[in-house]
Design a protein around this ligand. Structure first.
Ligand SMILES: NC(=O)C1=CN([C@@H]2O[C@H](COP(=O)(O)OP(=O)(O)OC[C@H]3O[C@@H](n4cnc5c(N)ncnc54)[C@H](OP(=O)(O)O)[C@@H]3O)[C@@H](O)[C@H]2O)C=CC1
Ligand SMILES: Cc1cn([C@H]2C[C@H](O)[C@@H](COP(=O)(O)OP(=O)(O)O[C@H]3O[C@@H](C)C(=O)[C@@H](O)[C@H]3O)O2)c(=O)[nH]c1=O
Length: 287
C-alpha cells in the first residue's frame, strides 16, 4: 500500500535538494521544497509554523553549510547550520512526532583508516565543517526519538551548484594542465543516486531510535583519478598531474582516506548502487 506523506525538504536549492525535487514526480507524496529564503532552519519557530501550516508528517534535511575551506574562518555560521539547526529540527520532530532523515559526511572521520569506515567507527573530524557536522550527528545519535535516519555520504556532485566536477570542467576548458591531489582517497556520489536512495527509503522507515547508513557510489578513487575521468569522458585535452596533499595547501585539512563501508546499505536498499564512473558519465551528459 502506498502511503502518501507530506514531506518537508529543507535546503532544497542545493545539490541534493534539487535532485530530490527532480525525482519527486515519480513518487506519490506531497513535497514542500524550501530553502533559506522560505524556511531558515536556524529559526526553530519558523520550522514549527511551517510544519503546522502544511501539516507536515516527514522531514528530510538537505540544508547544510558545505563550504569546507570557508568554514575554517566562519565557525559560527557553520555551527549554526550544521549543529544548532539540527537541534531545531529534532525539537520539531519530537513535538509533532515526525520521522527525520538527516545527511552527514565522510569528513567526520579523520582519514587515518585503511579500510572502509563502518557506520559505528569512531569519528574524529580534522576540519571545522567536519566538526560541526559531527556535532549535528551527535544530536541525532543521542536523541530518544524513533524513526531517525542518519545518512553519511561523500564527494557529492551534480549538474547544479558548486562541486569538484564543475570546478574541473571550468579548469579543463581554461588550462593546458592542472595538478590534483592523489593521496586523498574516497568515493564520489552523484546527488541523483543519493536522492533516489532517500526517496526509496522513506516508506521503509519504521524503527526504534536511529539507524545510520553509508551511501556513496560504488568503487574507490583519488581526487586525481576523479579529475582524470572527468577530462577523459568530456574529451578535454587538459593534462591532469598527480600531486600530494602537501603540494596543495588549503585552509581546511581533508582526510586522506574516507571510503565508507556500505554493507548495511546494500542489504537495506536491495537495489544496485551505481559504480562511480557510470554515474559520472550520466551526470556529464547534462553538462
Ligand atoms: N557536497 C558534498 O560534497 C557533500 C555533502 N554532504 C552533505 O549532504 C547534504 C546535502 O549537501 P549538498 O546538497 O551538496 O549541499 P549544498 O551546499 O549544495 O546545499 C545546501 C543548501 O542548504 C541551504 N542552507 C544553508 N543554510 C540554510 C539555512 N539556515 N536554512 C535553510 N537552508 C539553508 C544552502 O543555501 P545557500 O547555498 O544559500 O547557503 C543550500 O541551498 C548536506 O548535509 C551535506 O553536509 C555530505 C558529503 C559530501
Ligand atoms: C580545485 C582543485 C582541488 N584539489 C583538491 C583539493 C581537495 O583536497 C580536493 C577536493 O576539493 P574540493 O574543495 O572541491 O572538495 P571539498 O570541498 O573538500 O569536498 C568535500 O565537500 C564536503 C561538503 C564534503 O562533505 C566532502 O564529502 C567532500 O565532498 O581536491 C586539487 O588537488 N586541485 C585542484 O585544482
Amino acid at each position: 500500500m502506498i502511503c502518501m506523506k507530506k514531506i518537508l525538504i529543507t535546503g532544497a536549492n542545493g545539490q541534493l535538494g534539487s535532485e530530490i525535487s527532480f525525482l519527486s514526480k515519480e513518487y506519490d507524496h506531497q513535497f514542500h521544497f524550501t530553502d533559506y529564503e522560505e524556511l531558515d532552519i536556524t529559526n526553530c519557530e519558523e520550522i514549527e509554523i511551517f510544519v503546522e501550516k502544511h501539516n507536515i508528517d516527514f522531514i528530510v534535511n538537505c540544508a547544510a553549510y558545505t563550504a569546507v575551506d570557508r568554514a575554517e574562518s566562519d565557525y559560527i555560521t557553520s555551527d549554526n547550520v550544521n549543529f544548532l539547526a539540527v537541534k531545531n529540527l529534532l525539537s520539531t520532530s519530537s513535538k509533532y512526532k515526525l520521522p527525520l532523515i538527516h545527511i552527514s559526511t565522510d569528513y567526520v572521520f579523520d582519514g587515518k583508516g585503511y579500510k572502509p569506515y563502518a557506520t559505528d567507527d569512531s569519528r574524529n573530524p580534522i576540519n571545522v565543517y567536519g566538526l560541526t557536522k559531527k556535532k549535528g550527528e551527535d544530536l541525532i545519535l543521542k536523541s530518544d526519538l524513533d524513526n531517525l535516519m542518519l545518512i553519511r555520504t561523500s564527494w557529492v556532485y551534480s549538474d547544479i551548484g558548486n562541486n569538484f566536477v564543475k570546478t574541473m570542467l571550468r579548469l579543463g576548458a581554461e588550462k593546458e594542465s592542472i595538478k590534483v591531489i592523489e593521496d586523498q582517497v574516497g568515493t564520489p556520489t552523484y546527488a541523483r543516486d543519493l536522492a533516489k536512495f532517500i526517496l526509496d527509503s522513506i516508506p521503509k522507515i519504521n524503527w526504534n531510535g536511529v539507524k545510520i547508513f553509508h551511501f556513496t557510489n560504488e568503487g574507490v578513487c583519488s581526487w586525481f583519478d576523479f579529475a582524470k575521468a572527468i577530462m577523459e569522458i568530456k574529451g578535454y585535452n587538459c593534462k591532469v598531474l598527480p600531486i600530494s596533499t602537501e603540494d596543495y595547501p588549503t585552509p581546511a585539512k581533508r582526510p586522506n582516506y574516507s571510503v565508507l563501508d556500505k554493507r548495511e546499505t546494500r542489504s537495506f536498499y536491495e537495489k544496485e548502487i551505481p559504480y562511480w564512473r557510470d554515474s559520472l558519465e550520466k551526470c556529464l551528459k547534462l553538462l
